[in-house]
Design a binder for this molecule. Structure first.
Ligand code: LMR
Length: 394
Protein backbone atom coordinates (compact mmCIF):
# COMPACT_ATOMS: atom_id res chain seq x y z
CA UNK A 1 0.00 0.00 0.00
CA UNK A 2 2.68 2.50 0.94
CA UNK A 3 5.74 1.22 -0.86
CA UNK A 4 5.69 4.13 -3.28
CA UNK A 5 6.21 6.69 -0.47
CA UNK A 6 9.74 8.08 -0.53
CA UNK A 7 11.63 8.68 2.73
CA UNK A 8 11.34 12.15 4.24
CA UNK A 9 14.58 14.06 3.73
CA UNK A 10 13.94 15.97 6.99
CA UNK A 11 13.47 19.63 7.87
CA UNK A 12 16.53 21.88 8.06
CA UNK A 13 15.47 23.20 11.48
CA UNK A 14 13.17 20.67 13.17
CA UNK A 15 15.15 17.58 12.13
CA UNK A 16 18.31 19.24 13.42
CA UNK A 17 16.53 19.63 16.77
CA UNK A 18 15.78 15.88 16.76
CA UNK A 19 19.45 15.18 16.05
CA UNK A 20 20.46 17.50 18.91
CA UNK A 21 18.16 15.68 21.33
CA UNK A 22 19.72 12.33 20.35
CA UNK A 23 23.27 13.67 20.87
CA UNK A 24 24.61 12.31 24.16
CA UNK A 25 27.55 14.70 24.53
CA UNK A 26 26.98 16.71 27.75
CA UNK A 27 28.61 19.88 26.36
CA UNK A 28 26.37 20.08 23.26
CA UNK A 29 24.91 23.51 22.47
CA UNK A 30 21.66 24.06 20.57
CA UNK A 31 21.92 27.11 18.32
CA UNK A 32 19.64 25.61 15.67
CA UNK A 33 15.97 26.25 16.35
CA UNK A 34 14.82 29.79 17.24
CA UNK A 35 14.11 29.35 20.92
CA UNK A 36 15.16 31.72 23.71
CA UNK A 37 16.97 30.07 26.62
CA UNK A 38 17.77 31.96 29.84
CA UNK A 39 21.16 32.33 31.57
CA UNK A 40 20.91 28.73 32.82
CA UNK A 41 20.11 27.38 29.37
CA UNK A 42 16.44 26.74 30.26
CA UNK A 43 13.41 27.82 28.25
CA UNK A 44 11.76 30.26 30.67
CA UNK A 45 8.14 30.31 31.73
CA UNK A 46 7.57 34.07 31.89
CA UNK A 47 6.47 35.45 35.27
CA UNK A 48 3.49 37.09 33.58
CA UNK A 49 2.50 33.77 32.01
CA UNK A 50 2.70 32.11 35.44
CA UNK A 51 0.55 34.85 36.94
CA UNK A 52 -2.06 34.64 34.18
CA UNK A 53 -2.05 30.85 34.45
CA UNK A 54 -2.64 31.03 38.21
CA UNK A 55 -5.55 33.43 37.69
CA UNK A 56 -7.10 31.17 35.05
CA UNK A 57 -6.73 28.14 37.30
CA UNK A 58 -8.90 29.82 39.97
CA UNK A 59 -11.93 29.51 37.73
CA UNK A 60 -11.81 26.16 36.00
CA UNK A 61 -13.68 26.92 32.80
CA UNK A 62 -14.95 23.94 30.77
CA UNK A 63 -12.77 22.72 27.92
CA UNK A 64 -15.36 23.55 25.33
CA UNK A 65 -14.76 24.24 21.62
CA UNK A 66 -13.64 27.73 20.68
CA UNK A 67 -15.37 29.24 17.67
CA UNK A 68 -13.67 28.69 14.28
CA UNK A 69 -12.20 32.20 14.45
CA UNK A 70 -10.88 31.72 17.99
CA UNK A 71 -11.40 33.39 21.35
CA UNK A 72 -13.07 36.81 21.09
CA UNK A 73 -11.07 38.46 23.90
CA UNK A 74 -7.83 37.11 22.46
CA UNK A 75 -8.61 38.40 18.98
CA UNK A 76 -9.36 41.82 20.38
CA UNK A 77 -6.15 41.87 22.44
CA UNK A 78 -4.14 40.83 19.37
CA UNK A 79 -5.58 43.64 17.25
CA UNK A 80 -4.81 46.11 20.02
CA UNK A 81 -1.20 44.93 20.29
CA UNK A 82 -0.64 44.95 16.52
CA UNK A 83 -2.32 48.20 15.60
CA UNK A 84 -2.36 50.18 18.85
CA UNK A 85 -4.38 53.34 18.75
CA UNK A 86 -4.66 53.04 14.94
CA UNK A 87 -6.76 49.90 15.17
CA UNK A 88 -9.08 49.81 12.17
CA UNK A 89 -12.84 49.63 12.60
CA UNK A 90 -14.27 46.08 12.61
CA UNK A 91 -15.71 46.51 9.11
CA UNK A 92 -12.13 46.85 7.82
CA UNK A 93 -10.40 44.12 9.80
CA UNK A 94 -10.71 40.32 9.93
CA UNK A 95 -8.71 38.58 12.68
CA UNK A 96 -8.61 34.85 13.38
CA UNK A 97 -6.68 32.99 16.05
CA UNK A 98 -4.27 30.50 14.47
CA UNK A 99 -1.90 27.66 15.35
CA UNK A 100 1.14 29.87 15.84
CA UNK A 101 2.64 31.93 13.04
CA UNK A 102 2.89 28.90 10.74
CA UNK A 103 -0.87 28.38 11.09
CA UNK A 104 -1.45 32.01 10.13
CA UNK A 105 0.65 31.59 6.99
CA UNK A 106 -1.18 28.38 6.07
CA UNK A 107 -4.69 29.80 6.60
CA UNK A 108 -3.77 32.96 4.67
CA UNK A 109 -2.12 30.96 1.89
CA UNK A 110 -5.16 28.68 1.52
CA UNK A 111 -7.50 31.66 1.38
CA UNK A 112 -5.47 33.45 -1.29
CA UNK A 113 -5.07 30.26 -3.33
CA UNK A 114 -8.85 29.76 -3.32
CA UNK A 115 -9.75 33.24 -4.54
CA UNK A 116 -6.70 34.27 -6.60
CA UNK A 117 -6.08 31.23 -8.86
CA UNK A 118 -2.49 30.19 -9.70
CA UNK A 119 -0.95 32.61 -7.24
CA UNK A 120 2.73 33.43 -6.98
CA UNK A 121 4.39 34.72 -3.84
CA UNK A 122 7.64 36.67 -3.92
CA UNK A 123 9.79 35.76 -0.93
CA UNK A 124 13.08 37.33 0.19
CA UNK A 125 16.31 35.58 -0.70
CA UNK A 126 16.99 34.03 1.76
CA UNK A 127 13.97 33.45 3.97
CA UNK A 128 12.68 31.02 6.59
CA UNK A 129 12.75 27.65 4.81
CA UNK A 130 9.19 26.77 5.70
CA UNK A 131 7.79 29.75 3.78
CA UNK A 132 8.51 27.77 0.65
CA UNK A 133 6.93 24.60 2.06
CA UNK A 134 3.78 26.32 3.31
CA UNK A 135 3.09 28.42 0.23
CA UNK A 136 4.00 25.75 -2.32
CA UNK A 137 1.95 23.28 -0.27
CA UNK A 138 -1.04 25.62 -0.65
CA UNK A 139 -0.58 25.71 -4.44
CA UNK A 140 1.56 28.82 -4.84
CA UNK A 141 4.51 29.25 -7.11
CA UNK A 142 7.37 30.84 -5.16
CA UNK A 143 9.72 33.42 -6.67
CA UNK A 144 12.50 35.27 -4.90
CA UNK A 145 13.45 38.91 -4.60
CA UNK A 146 17.00 39.99 -3.65
CA UNK A 147 17.41 40.67 0.07
CA UNK A 148 20.79 39.81 1.60
CA UNK A 149 24.14 41.00 0.31
CA UNK A 150 26.78 38.47 1.34
CA UNK A 151 29.61 40.94 0.56
CA UNK A 152 28.42 43.68 2.94
CA UNK A 153 26.52 41.29 5.23
CA UNK A 154 23.73 43.85 4.95
CA UNK A 155 20.63 44.55 2.92
CA UNK A 156 20.78 44.43 -0.90
CA UNK A 157 18.42 47.38 -0.83
CA UNK A 158 18.69 48.74 -4.37
CA UNK A 159 18.25 45.31 -5.94
CA UNK A 160 15.39 44.54 -3.57
CA UNK A 161 13.54 47.75 -4.28
CA UNK A 162 14.16 47.45 -8.03
CA UNK A 163 12.61 43.98 -8.06
CA UNK A 164 9.61 44.94 -5.91
CA UNK A 165 8.93 48.02 -8.05
CA UNK A 166 8.80 45.81 -11.16
CA UNK A 167 6.36 43.19 -9.80
CA UNK A 168 3.02 42.80 -11.58
CA UNK A 169 -0.10 44.39 -10.07
CA UNK A 170 -1.68 42.21 -7.39
CA UNK A 171 1.53 40.24 -6.74
CA UNK A 172 1.76 38.74 -3.26
CA UNK A 173 4.90 39.88 -1.46
CA UNK A 174 6.19 38.20 1.69
CA UNK A 175 7.84 40.65 4.12
CA UNK A 176 9.38 40.28 7.58
CA UNK A 177 8.48 43.54 9.39
CA UNK A 178 11.42 43.08 11.84
CA UNK A 179 14.17 40.63 12.82
CA UNK A 180 14.38 39.02 9.39
CA UNK A 181 14.73 35.25 9.66
CA UNK A 182 17.43 34.01 9.02
CA UNK A 183 19.66 37.07 8.48
CA UNK A 184 18.64 39.51 11.24
CA UNK A 185 19.08 42.25 8.62
CA UNK A 186 16.19 44.74 8.50
CA UNK A 187 15.50 47.77 6.29
CA UNK A 188 15.78 51.17 7.97
CA UNK A 189 12.66 53.30 8.47
CA UNK A 190 13.57 55.37 5.39
CA UNK A 191 14.01 52.20 3.33
CA UNK A 192 10.67 50.84 4.56
CA UNK A 193 9.05 54.05 3.38
CA UNK A 194 10.38 53.43 -0.11
CA UNK A 195 9.26 49.79 0.00
CA UNK A 196 5.74 50.83 1.03
CA UNK A 197 5.76 53.48 -1.75
CA UNK A 198 6.55 50.71 -4.27
CA UNK A 199 3.81 48.47 -2.84
CA UNK A 200 1.31 51.30 -3.08
CA UNK A 201 2.33 52.33 -6.59
CA UNK A 202 2.39 48.74 -7.85
CA UNK A 203 -0.90 47.68 -6.24
CA UNK A 204 0.85 44.74 -4.52
CA UNK A 205 -0.55 42.57 -1.73
CA UNK A 206 1.90 42.39 1.19
CA UNK A 207 1.83 39.32 3.43
CA UNK A 208 3.71 40.21 6.65
CA UNK A 209 5.18 37.46 8.80
CA UNK A 210 5.72 38.82 12.32
CA UNK A 211 7.28 36.38 14.77
CA UNK A 212 9.56 38.71 16.75
CA UNK A 213 7.57 41.85 17.56
CA UNK A 214 9.51 43.74 20.24
CA UNK A 215 12.84 41.95 19.72
CA UNK A 216 14.35 44.68 17.48
CA UNK A 217 13.43 48.17 18.78
CA UNK A 218 10.08 48.08 20.59
CA UNK A 219 6.62 46.55 20.31
CA UNK A 220 5.40 49.62 18.42
CA UNK A 221 8.45 50.41 16.27
CA UNK A 222 8.75 46.83 15.06
CA UNK A 223 5.34 46.91 13.37
CA UNK A 224 5.88 50.29 11.71
CA UNK A 225 5.76 48.93 8.11
CA UNK A 226 2.42 47.25 8.83
CA UNK A 227 0.92 50.35 10.42
CA UNK A 228 2.20 52.45 7.53
CA UNK A 229 0.31 50.22 5.06
CA UNK A 230 -2.75 50.60 7.27
CA UNK A 231 -2.38 54.38 7.38
CA UNK A 232 -2.19 54.50 3.58
CA UNK A 233 -5.17 52.19 3.12
CA UNK A 234 -3.18 49.34 1.52
CA UNK A 235 -4.76 45.87 1.86
CA UNK A 236 -2.52 43.33 3.61
CA UNK A 237 -2.26 39.98 5.37
CA UNK A 238 -0.40 39.83 8.68
CA UNK A 239 0.48 36.60 10.44
CA UNK A 240 1.83 36.95 13.96
CA UNK A 241 3.16 34.51 16.53
CA UNK A 242 3.45 34.56 20.32
CA UNK A 243 5.78 31.56 20.44
CA UNK A 244 8.92 33.63 20.98
CA UNK A 245 7.71 36.81 22.64
CA UNK A 246 5.63 34.92 25.23
CA UNK A 247 7.91 31.85 25.34
CA UNK A 248 4.80 29.78 24.57
CA UNK A 249 6.20 27.67 21.75
CA UNK A 250 4.22 24.47 22.31
CA UNK A 251 0.92 26.24 22.92
CA UNK A 252 0.77 27.29 19.24
CA UNK A 253 -0.60 30.79 19.76
CA UNK A 254 -0.81 33.10 16.77
CA UNK A 255 -3.21 35.09 14.63
CA UNK A 256 -3.93 36.10 11.08
CA UNK A 257 -5.19 39.63 10.45
CA UNK A 258 -6.43 40.82 7.09
CA UNK A 259 -6.85 44.55 6.53
CA UNK A 260 -9.62 45.34 4.03
CA UNK A 261 -9.55 48.97 2.85
CA UNK A 262 -13.03 48.68 1.31
CA UNK A 263 -15.70 49.05 3.94
CA UNK A 264 -17.69 45.88 4.65
CA UNK A 265 -15.30 43.51 2.88
CA UNK A 266 -14.04 42.26 6.22
CA UNK A 267 -17.22 40.32 7.03
CA UNK A 268 -16.84 38.13 3.94
CA UNK A 269 -13.08 37.80 4.45
CA UNK A 270 -13.67 36.70 8.06
CA UNK A 271 -16.31 34.24 6.89
CA UNK A 272 -13.93 32.69 4.36
CA UNK A 273 -11.16 32.55 6.97
CA UNK A 274 -13.53 30.66 9.28
CA UNK A 275 -14.29 28.23 6.48
CA UNK A 276 -10.57 27.76 5.85
CA UNK A 277 -10.02 27.01 9.52
CA UNK A 278 -12.97 24.59 9.58
CA UNK A 279 -11.59 22.70 6.60
CA UNK A 280 -8.14 22.45 8.14
CA UNK A 281 -8.63 21.85 11.88
CA UNK A 282 -12.12 23.11 12.84
CA UNK A 283 -11.11 25.49 15.61
CA UNK A 284 -7.98 26.51 17.50
CA UNK A 285 -6.85 25.36 20.98
CA UNK A 286 -7.75 27.41 24.03
CA UNK A 287 -5.22 27.60 26.83
CA UNK A 288 -2.34 29.58 25.33
CA UNK A 289 -4.74 32.13 23.86
CA UNK A 290 -6.42 32.65 27.24
CA UNK A 291 -3.02 33.25 28.84
CA UNK A 292 -2.02 35.82 26.20
CA UNK A 293 -5.41 37.56 26.40
CA UNK A 294 -5.12 37.77 30.18
CA UNK A 295 -1.63 39.30 30.10
CA UNK A 296 -2.41 41.77 27.32
CA UNK A 297 -5.73 42.73 28.89
CA UNK A 298 -4.33 43.58 32.32
CA UNK A 299 -2.43 46.89 32.47
CA UNK A 300 0.02 45.79 35.19
CA UNK A 301 0.76 42.40 33.63
CA UNK A 302 1.17 43.97 30.22
CA UNK A 303 3.77 46.44 31.51
CA UNK A 304 5.61 43.62 33.27
CA UNK A 305 5.48 41.52 30.09
CA UNK A 306 6.97 44.36 28.02
CA UNK A 307 9.95 44.33 30.40
CA UNK A 308 10.22 40.55 29.97
CA UNK A 309 10.30 40.98 26.17
CA UNK A 310 13.21 43.39 26.61
CA UNK A 311 15.20 40.84 28.63
CA UNK A 312 14.86 38.39 25.71
CA UNK A 313 16.47 40.80 23.20
CA UNK A 314 19.85 39.03 23.53
CA UNK A 315 21.93 42.18 22.94
CA UNK A 316 24.41 41.17 25.66
CA UNK A 317 25.05 37.73 24.17
CA UNK A 318 25.60 39.33 20.75
CA UNK A 319 28.26 41.58 22.30
CA UNK A 320 29.90 38.73 24.17
CA UNK A 321 30.07 36.52 21.08
CA UNK A 322 31.33 39.44 19.03
CA UNK A 323 34.01 40.26 21.61
CA UNK A 324 35.26 36.70 21.95
CA UNK A 325 35.26 35.99 18.21
CA UNK A 326 37.06 39.27 17.47
CA UNK A 327 39.72 38.32 20.01
CA UNK A 328 40.07 34.76 18.67
CA UNK A 329 40.10 35.69 14.94
CA UNK A 330 41.46 39.29 14.89
CA UNK A 331 41.78 39.50 11.11
CA UNK A 332 38.00 39.14 10.63
CA UNK A 333 35.24 41.67 11.17
CA UNK A 334 32.35 40.33 13.22
CA UNK A 335 30.59 43.72 13.44
CA UNK A 336 27.62 42.24 11.56
CA UNK A 337 26.67 40.37 14.74
CA UNK A 338 26.04 43.69 16.47
CA UNK A 339 24.03 45.11 13.57
CA UNK A 340 21.66 42.15 13.17
CA UNK A 341 18.30 42.14 14.99
CA UNK A 342 16.35 39.44 16.76
CA UNK A 343 17.26 35.92 17.79
CA UNK A 344 19.58 35.01 14.96
CA UNK A 345 23.13 35.61 13.85
CA UNK A 346 23.78 35.00 10.17
CA UNK A 347 27.42 34.05 10.31
CA UNK A 348 28.42 33.31 6.73
CA UNK A 349 29.65 29.86 7.85
CA UNK A 350 29.56 27.32 5.01
CA UNK A 351 27.68 24.01 5.16
CA UNK A 352 31.01 22.22 5.67
CA UNK A 353 31.92 24.55 8.55
CA UNK A 354 28.48 24.08 10.14
CA UNK A 355 28.90 20.29 9.84
CA UNK A 356 32.30 20.49 11.51
CA UNK A 357 30.91 22.67 14.32
CA UNK A 358 28.29 20.03 15.04
CA UNK A 359 30.37 16.91 14.56
CA UNK A 360 33.58 18.00 16.31
CA UNK A 361 32.31 20.47 18.87
CA UNK A 362 28.66 19.56 19.48
CA UNK A 363 27.55 23.07 18.46
CA UNK A 364 24.33 22.89 16.42
CA UNK A 365 23.69 25.61 13.81
CA UNK A 366 21.40 25.61 10.77
CA UNK A 367 23.06 24.64 7.46
CA UNK A 368 22.59 28.19 6.12
CA UNK A 369 25.07 29.41 8.75
CA UNK A 370 22.30 30.77 10.97
CA UNK A 371 22.92 30.54 14.72
CA UNK A 372 20.35 31.23 17.40
CA UNK A 373 22.09 33.83 19.58
CA UNK A 374 19.28 33.33 22.10
CA UNK A 375 20.71 29.86 22.79
CA UNK A 376 23.95 31.37 24.15
CA UNK A 377 24.62 32.02 27.83
CA UNK A 378 27.60 32.79 30.07
CA UNK A 379 28.24 29.09 30.47
CA UNK A 380 28.63 28.28 26.77
CA UNK A 381 29.50 31.47 24.85
CA UNK A 382 33.28 31.09 25.24
CA UNK A 383 33.14 27.48 24.08
CA UNK A 384 30.99 28.38 21.09
CA UNK A 385 33.28 31.29 20.11
CA UNK A 386 36.32 29.00 20.36
CA UNK A 387 34.62 26.33 18.22
CA UNK A 388 33.56 28.90 15.61
CA UNK A 389 37.06 30.37 15.56
CA UNK A 390 38.51 26.90 15.07
CA UNK A 391 36.32 26.11 12.04
CA UNK A 392 36.90 29.59 10.58
CA UNK A 393 40.68 29.10 10.80
CA UNK A 394 40.14 25.96 8.67
C1 LMR B 1 13.00 28.97 13.58
O1 LMR B 1 13.15 29.63 12.54
O2 LMR B 1 13.92 28.35 14.11
C2 LMR B 1 11.65 28.95 14.24
O3 LMR B 1 10.76 29.77 13.59
C3 LMR B 1 11.14 27.59 14.51
C4 LMR B 1 10.66 26.88 13.28
O4 LMR B 1 9.52 26.40 13.31
O5 LMR B 1 11.39 26.76 12.30
Amino acid sequence: MFSHLPPYAGDPILSLMEQYLRDERPAKVNLGIGVYADGQGAIPVLATVRAADAELAKVQAPFTYLPMEGHAGYRQAVAQLLFGADQPAPEHLAVVQTLGGSGALKVGADLIARFFPQPTIWIPDPTWDNHIGIFEGAGFKTERYPYYDAQTKGLAFDAMLGKIAALPKGAVLLLHPCCHNPTGVDPTRAQWEQIVDAIERGGLLPFFDLAYQGFAQSLDDDVWPVRECLRRGIAFFLGNSFSKIFSLYGERVGALSVFCPQKNEAANVLGQLKLTVRRNYSSPPMHGALVVAKVLGDAALRTQWQAEVETMRVRDMRSKLHQQLSRAVPDRDFGFLLRQNGMFGYTGLTVAQVDRLREEFGVYAVGSGRICVAGLNDGNVARVAEAMAEVLRG
